[in-house]
Design a protein around this ligand. Structure first.
Ligand SMILES: Nc1ncnc2c1ncn2[C@@H]1O[C@H](COP(=O)(O)OP(=O)(O)O)[C@@H](O)[C@H]1O
Ligand SMILES: [Mg+2]
Length: 415
């Protein structure tokens, strides 16, 4: 059978299937319907076996559009600026969602990203053009975080995600086949399994590709037609899927990965690149860590530590000094360990410490609760990093006023 002449009615396109022109696109739970409220009904799993009370059923990590649904709704209600086609919010409101602010009706929008306003403005504006957005930076600079929140604010859906790895195949970016249907009926729309990118094109939404440079170069290149022609050919059916307005793509890539798989220059030209920096000042970094730890603690039902600020400041100081290779006062040069020691790692060290304090201490975050986490983050290479750490501990931490307890706690776990 010549697939191009297959004119059978599209079975899945009947009532209730939304406006997507692709049958297969509705095989996946669509946000806004079954997933609202964080509870997914999974085909094949009887609803009775799903957790029933609302707290139990709460997703461990809700998607941004669910976690911040109220803020997004308030922003949409107050938004009187022009919105690009299919955008949930105007670019201005998207930027406010990311950076935080107070709406005329008093609603407080929490900052998601702490950093230069201009970076966010450029990123949001890019998404309103025909160029895709590439977020670049060292690990832990909130690339994934920003990408998720951008997709949530622009499209109301951050789930159209391709996770890039060395094993990512072309099907993950283009489309695959349901082999049972393919064998039974030949190539047809029903047998086609659209990728997140294809769904985003068909529905005018934001697609996300994580860790783009980890994807093998030839697979990366399947994005070129998508981004330049805004079309995805399906030769097996003699058809193509054309992106509708509202479609765009956000990719993230690590600076450190450069050389793993370079972005081809042809692909790079389709992107506007925005580099996310490490937090400029210690205060900004402490603020980011404190904010995020508080949110994570709430999600994990950890009691809020009455005063973890001192410990957070110390963890951030240690990480920054080791990262920069020099003490905060600029006086002592130190060696840097092999790990990245990013803000993200400071967040997980403090969250881990908080859990220790909550479950095995008196609920107050102390040096002893973060020491093991700090050691684990710093010493990645058991030989070289340990030397760097010992030297830092003895020459810097030991001598610092008011850090005796921290020094002792670190010595204890380092022995
Ligand atoms: N500038 C920042 N503003 C807000 N959060 C940040 C910032 N930098 C790092 N984070 C936090 O770090 C965590 C990890 O970031 P992530 O997006 O996974 O990093 P990346 O993808 O760049 O490796 C996120 O939880 C985020 O909240
Ligand atoms: Mg990431």
């Amino acid at each position: 059978m010549d697939p191009g002449t297959d004119n059978r009615p599209r079975r899945n396109e009947t009532a209730g299937q939304g406006d997507c022109q692709w049958a297969g696109a509705r095989l996946v739970t669509h946000p806004g319907t079954a997933r609202r409220g964080g509870l997914v009904t999974v085909p094949g799993i009887p609803a009775t076996t799903m957790p029933s009370t609302s707290t139990e059923a709460r997703a461990l990590r809700p998607h941004a559009e669910d976690a911040f649904a109220e803020e997004l709704a308030a922003l949409a209600a107050a938004d009187d600026r022009p919105r690009p086609a299919r955008w949930r919010l105007s670019p201005w409101s998207v930027a406010t969602y990311l950076l935080g602010g107070t709406l005329p009706d008093g609603t407080v929008i929490t900052p998601k990203y702490v950093g230069p306003r201009r970076i966010v403005e450029v990123a949001v504006t890019t998404l309103a053009t025909d160029r895709a957005l590439l977020l670049l930076g060292v690990p832990g600079t909130a690339k994934t975080w920003v990408s998720e929140h951008l997709a949530a604010a622009v499209s109301g859906d951050s789930t159209l995600l391709v996770q890039g790895t060395a094993g990512t195949a072309e099907e993950a970016i283009r489309y695959g086949w349901n082999y049972a249907r393919l064998l039974a009926h030949g190539p047809s729309r029903e047998a086609l399994v659209p990728s997140p990118v294809m769904r985003a094109m068909a529905e005018g939404l934001t697609a996300r590709v994580e860790e783009l440079t980890r994807i093998p170069a030839d697979v990366q290149d399947s994005l070129i037609t998508v981004l330049s022609e805004k079309t995805l050919p399906v030769p097996e059916l003699g058809e193509e899927i054309q992106a509708v307005r509202g479609f765009n793509l956000i990719a993230t890539a690590n600076d450190r990965d450069r050389g793993v798989n370079e972005l081809s220059s042809a692909l790079r030209r389709r992107f506007n690149t925005v580099v996310l920096p490490l937090p400029e000042t210690p205060e900004a970094e402490v603020d980011i860590v404190a904010r995020r730890v508080e949110q994570l603690g709430r999600a994990l039902d950890l009691p809020t530590a009455p005063d973890g600020a001192d410990e957070i400041r110390r963890v951030v100081t240690v990480f920054r000094e080791l990262r920069d290779g020099v003490t905060t006062d600029g006086r002592t040069r130190i060696k840097s360990p092999s790990g990245t020691l990013s803000t993200a790692e400071a967040i997980s060290v403090v969250t881990g410490g908080l859990a220790l304090a909550a479950h095995f201490g008196d609920g107050v975050l102390r040096a002893g609760d973060v020491a093991a986490g700090v050691l684990g983050a710093v010493v990645r290479d058991p030989v070289a990093d340990r030397l760097v750490w010992q030297e830092y501990l003895e020459t810097v931490v030991r001598e610092r006023d008011g850090w005796k307890d921290f020094y002792r706690a670190c010595r204890e776990v380092s022995a």
